[in-house]
Design a protein around this ligand. Structure first.
Ligand SMILES: [Zn+2]
Length: 553
């Protein structure tokens, strides 16, 4: 039997994978792929084919693990790509159990001793013995454990299949691993004469409610944009506040209009995108002063299905319009109520512009060369601008790319004071395109077959959904559901175009768990071990045995 094929060997592998605390950005995240590559190198296949196993570097010197098994028994070029991420989110939420978060043997008994503060459902699942608790166990080391077990079976010729296994870092932050590794997959396709006929990601099933038990397969992945509103008001002294427009007051009106705004909910069949929510709201001044803040910014998460970013930008503009009207009416009412008529003056109208319009305006002043030079200089700064300039705000922290983006908008706005007061609409990274392969013949065929197979073999009603709601790296391996022209036109700074250079049929078929990114993260073992393992193998067998299916190059 292949190395990790028995239930006990698979479970031991899962313990070992979880035990490496590969938190995004940590030293353990860097070591993780080396460690797993070491295990794979012990297999005879990779001793004979050392060039089928590589650690592919990201620009920031982390690495993705990529391994190919090309079966002697499979004459065709058809190859299944198994995709996973090995980074996990931090463990601050575990509190006093943080030291045990990566120890599957120790965490459950410790939680049990102190179980009365846990929700009833968690208590009963803890007591059942069929759920394993630990950071990263469902998101997504169980999926990775299956991929490794299948790769080893193919390597030991117990499963005739061409498999490329890809496991990447940084999925929980910017998906730098997935964005980078596409280039290697393109190289390998040529070098080893492969046709990528299906990519299988194994992110965990996203429960629609706490007690939902649905087994779900996804044909795509939700999109995400980070929308920004930069407000430039008018400064004044606190002794004469009626003479200015406070930027904190401006962004607070935008937050009121944007937060949970149902206009942004996009529907496909019975699925909805969750509404936008504010991730950051701050003025851009550091330190205390009796001058009122006149520059502020708000960043919000926006989720996407099929709507284009042109429509998204239009909705953001509507939010800015309504916020402008509300803040103007609010101000006028308050100014009129002030004693001795001090507030009786005209309010300047607030301009609403896009980042592209602002940048063009500055180019007309300063020339495109000067604009590009300053842009590069600001984007290259690796310390947060709070440290470089005491007058500027600290938003996300050291090395955060969003701080540089906000600083860039701020720099142009301060050169365009002839346009103030103003609201500038912009986008910041990361951007995840929405993707959905439901109408792709291979993906549709896999879904149809698996639903029937799962019912016949396991008496489980496998449900399908279009968009994996939790964000995933599949966003970078299929053609986007909608164009993103408006987003790219207003994305501050330069970002590598994440539109996939590589596109193939995709699915997400993953384990059953609960509470990803929470201290009660846990994996249901019955479905997630034997049944999911069988479904993944059946998927591979079926897709490789269907010669007439279309493969996308
Ligand atoms: Zn994940």
């Amino acid at each position: 039997m292949a190395r990790w094929s028995s239930p006990s060997a698979w479970t031991k592998l899962l313990h070992q994978l979880v035990a490496i605390p590969s938190i995004t950005g940590s030293a353990a995240e860097r070591q993780f792929p080396q460690c797993v590559a070491g295990w794979l190198k012990e297999l005879e296949y990779f001793r004979r084919h050392p060039d089928h196993l590589t650690l592919y570097p990201t620009p920031d010197k982390r690495s993705a693990l990529v391994a190919l098994v090309r079966s002697d028994q499979v004459a065709v070029r058809k190859t299944v790509v198994l995709l996973s991420h090995f980074d996990v989110v931090a463990v601050d939420d575990y509190g006093s159990y943080a030291d045990l978060a990566f120890d599957l043997d120790a965490l459950s008994p410790s939680l049990s001793r102190d179980a009365e503060h846990l929700p009833t459902l968690v208590q009963s699942q803890l007591a059942s013995g069929t759920w394993l608790f630990g950071r990263g166990i469902m998101d997504m080391k169980a999926g990775l454990a299956h991929h490794l077990a299948i790769l080893a079976e193919a390597a030991q010729e117990e499963m005739p299949a061409n498999i490329v296994m890809v496991s990447v870092p940084d999925e929980e932050a910017h998906s730098l691993g997935a964005r980078t590794v596409a280039a290697l997959l393109l190289q390998w396709r040529q070098r080893w004469a492969l046709d990528y006929c299906l990519m299988v990601n194994s992110e965990p099933i996203f429960a629609q409610s706490p007690d939902a038990q649905d087994h779900v397969i996804y044909t795509g992945s939700i999109g995400k944009a980070l929308a920004g509103f930069y407000c430039y008001g008018a400064e004044t002294h606190v002794g004469e506040p009626w003479s200015g427009i406070n930027a904190d007051f401006m962004v607070s009106h935008i937050a009121r209009e944007l937060e949970l705004n149902a206009d942004f909910c996009d529907q496909v069949d019975t699925e909805w995108t969750p509404p936008p929510t504010v991730l950051k709201q701050s003025d851009l001044r550091r330190g205390y002063s009796v001058q009122t803040p006149f520059r502020a910014v708000l960043l919000a998460n926006v989720l996407l299905f099929q709507e284009s970013t042109d429509l998204l930008l239009q909705r953001l503009r509507e939010v800015a319009n309504r916020a402008r009207q509300a803040m103007t009416e609010d101000l006028l009412r308050k100014l009129q109520a002030l004693p001795n008529g001090v507030g009786e003056h005209d309010l300047p109208s607030i301009r609403i512009i896009t980042y592209a319009e602002l940048r063009t305006h500055i180019e007309e002043y300063c020339g495109p060369e000067a604009v590009r030079a300053q842009e590069q200089q600001i984007l290259a700064q690796t310390t947060t601008f709070a440290h470089a300039d005491a007058n500027r705000a600290h938003l996300f922290g050291t090395n955060d790319p969003r701080d540089n983006r906000v600083q860039l908008v701020d720099a142009w706005a301060q050169k365009a004071t002839d346009w103030a007061p103003m609201i500038v609409l912009f986008f910041a990274p990361p951007y995840y395109p929405a993707v959905d392969a439901a109408t792709n013949p291979t993906t549709a065929g896999v879904i149809q077959h698996l639903k029937a197979y799962t019912w016949q073999t396991h008496h489980i009603d496998l449900k399908t959904q279009h968009y994996y709601p939790g964000l995933s790296d599949l966003s970078f391996f299929y053609q986007p559901s909608a164009n993103a022209n408006a987003l790219y036109a207003n994305l501050v700074g330069v970002e590598d175009d994440p539109a996939p250079r590589l596109s193939m049929p995709i699915i997400n078929l993953g384990p059953m768990g609960r509470d990803a990114h929470q201290s009660t993260e846990r994996l249901e073992m019955q479905y997630s071990r034997e049944i999911l393992g069988d479904l993944l193998r059946e998927t591979i067998r079926w897709v490789l045995s269907m010669p007439e299916l279309q493969t996308i190059k």
